[in-house]
Design a protein around this ligand. Structure first.
Ligand SMILES: Cc1ncc(C[n+]2csc(CCOP(=O)(O)OP(=O)(O)O)c2C)c(N)n1
Ligand SMILES: [Mg+2]
Length: 514
């Protein structure tokens, strides 16, 4: 057995079932090992950002890491923006980056670079495997590092000779770190604050936005009168009819300040204090009011659900009924297509148990609001603000959940960063309906030009934000990568296209012309 084979067997044994790959020469032994060993499904991405974004989508839905396979420093660099999104999502990720054989490095061959240096700012754990005999242990350590709370990015650098040299066999997964419990004083203090009757917000992220965490937050809110507000961008939110429905902190600074105005106590539950995405002249960076006391109940890496359980117990709220979202999908709209009407159509037709990927940018708020009363579904955001993750995220989510419908709400400009993901969707026959929000512009940047106080946009500035010269032919792009689709210029056409997409086997793309 060689090092690569021992690594693949180690990954499979640790429960890593999928490798999103874009390989090169230095990874050939790893690729051959994937073939020989079995147990790890290989999914090819035609750009590394597709592989890293898909690994993120997969792990968000599967609750365990996939691996990526990337080619030296340049391959890693191509994938890093979506590694950043994964890191901001607390997604467990195992990146395997091929490297030259150790003895080849002194020759400074063209693909040589400082891979550790490139990996470090985007990883929580970086290791260069020492040799073929230790690589299985290093691989097992990488998986354990990725699975450590709250979910981390581990990058293992695998030199060609560590791959092809002799190995002893696979290594077992070492113990995975557990979430630290919230200290009793923290819980008691939170209970005291909630009993004070002063305006309080539970600010929710991570495990507090799904399953038992969300339900407990709902009970605590019903008991204490504290409002529930979720962080703006989340890895995965369970929402829709029958679920506890926190407000979402809006992205624009003024709207966020308004949402939190009057709050005296903000309890952090699985997230960090709310901050503005950017600095704007004359506006604050911190979004909680100046006289608001911010306390941590449980940080993202701590036992969020346990802390909520303890708080509910302390308050006597474990049996309190939470307020649940009613099933009230919007009625089918009529008239010319606007983001609001498109969102209402989606809200009216969204199938139960679907997975929604939201890279809708300027249309996101409308889609979020119009799907509130739709049947229960999961919602995945661009957690790190690095656009170009929507199509890959959808691909990964669909690999993880083959029996669920994935609906990708995809702004046009962002789609172009990793449009090759459509090819992966077609090749793997993934159950994804993509709605391209074709406004032929970076619309948000036009708003931001004004928000940032940068003055009026002249022709040269507008040219950096308009995508209409030439216009992109979305149906041709999709067909060129094996994805069928149709165009919608009216609400009625959108309804027809959505129905077609949601009933098709495999991927479907709707060019929604705004
Ligand atoms: C990796 C990365 N590059 C650039 C940006 C800056 N940026 C934010 S939104 C945006 C354009 C979004 O346009 P589109 O996806 O069409 O959405 P729209 O604003 O039209 O709704 C850009 C370039 C970013 N956030 N991330
Ligand atoms: Mg756009």
């Amino acid at each position: 057995m060689n090092g690569a084979e021992s690594l693949v067997e180690t990954l499979a044994g640790a429960g890593v079932e999928v490798c999103f790959a874009n390989p090169g020469t230095s990874e050939m032994h790893f690729v051959a090992a994937l073939d020989r060993i079995g147990g790890v499904r290989c999914v090819l991405g035609l750009f590394e950002g597709v592989a890293t974004g898909a690994a993120d989508g997969y792990a968000r839905m599967a609750g365990k890491p996939a691996s990526t396979l990337l080619h030296l420093g340049p391959g890693l660099a191509n994938g890093l923006a979506n590694v950043h999104n994964a890191r901001r999502a607390n997604t467990p990720t195992v990146n395997i980056v091929g490297d030259h054989a150790a003895y080849h490095k002194e020759y400074d061959a063209p693909l040589t670079s400082d891979i550790e240096g490139a990996a470090r700012p985007f990883s929580d754990w970086v290791l260069t495997a020492a040799d073929s005999r230790s690589v299985s242990r290093d691989g097992a350590a990488a998986v354990a590092a990725a699975m450590a709370p709250p979910g981390r990015v581990a990058t293992l650098i695998l030199s060609a000779d560590a791959s092809w040299g002799e190995a002893d066999g696979p290594a077992p997964l070492p113990p995975v770190a557990a979430r630290a419990p919230a200290p009793p004083e923290t819980v008691a203090e939170a209970a005291r604050v909630l009993r004070s009757g002063e305006p309080a917000v539970l600010f929710l992220g991570g495990p507090a936005l799904r399953g038992p965490g969300l339900e407990l937050a709902g009970r605590i809110s019903a008991d204490s009168g504290a409002r529930l507000v979720s962080q703006t961008l989340s890895a995965r939110v369970e929402r829709g009819a029958g679920r506890v429905a926190p407000e979402r902190l809006p992205y624009p600074v003024d709207a966020a300040l308004e949402t939190l105005a009057g709050t005296r106590h903000l309890l952090l539950v699985g997230t960090k204090p709310p901050v503005a995405f950017f600095a704007y002249p004359g506006k604050p960076s911190a979004l909680s009011p100046p006289d608001c006391e911010v306390r941590k109940l449980a940080g993202p890496a701590e036992d969020v659900v346990g802390a909520l359980e303890a708080l509910a117990e302390e308050l006597g709220a474990r049996g309190t009924a939470a307020a649940l979202q009613a099933h009230e999908p919007p009625s089918l709209p009529e008239g010319a297509l606007t983001p609001e009407r498109a969102a209402a159509a989606v809200g009216a037709l969204l199938p139960e148990d679907s997975v929604v990927v939201d890279e809708a940018i300027t249309a996101s708020a409308a889609f979020f609001s119009k799907t509130r009363g739709a049947p229960p579904h999961d919602w995945l955001d661009v957690t790190g603000g690095a656009i170009g993750v929507g199509l890959p995220l959808a691909a990964g989510a669909a690999v993880a959940c083959p029996d669920r419908k994935v609906l990708c709400l995809q702004a046009d400009g962002s789609a172009m960063y990793t449009v090759q993901a459509l090819w992966t969707q077609a090749r793997e026959g993934l159950n994804i309906t993509t709605i391209i929000l074709n406004n032929r512009s970076y619309a948000i940047l036009k708003q931001e030009l004004a928000n940032a106080g940068a003055g009026d946009a002249g022709r040269r500035a507008l040219d950096m934000m308009e995508l209409d010269r030439p216009a992109l032919d979305w149906l041709a792009l999709a067909r060129g990568m094996g994805v069928e689709g149709g165009r919608a210029k009216t609400v009625e056409e959108l309804e027809r296209q959505l129905t077609a997409g949601l009933h098709s086997e495999g991927p479907y793309l709707i060019d929604l012309v705004l």
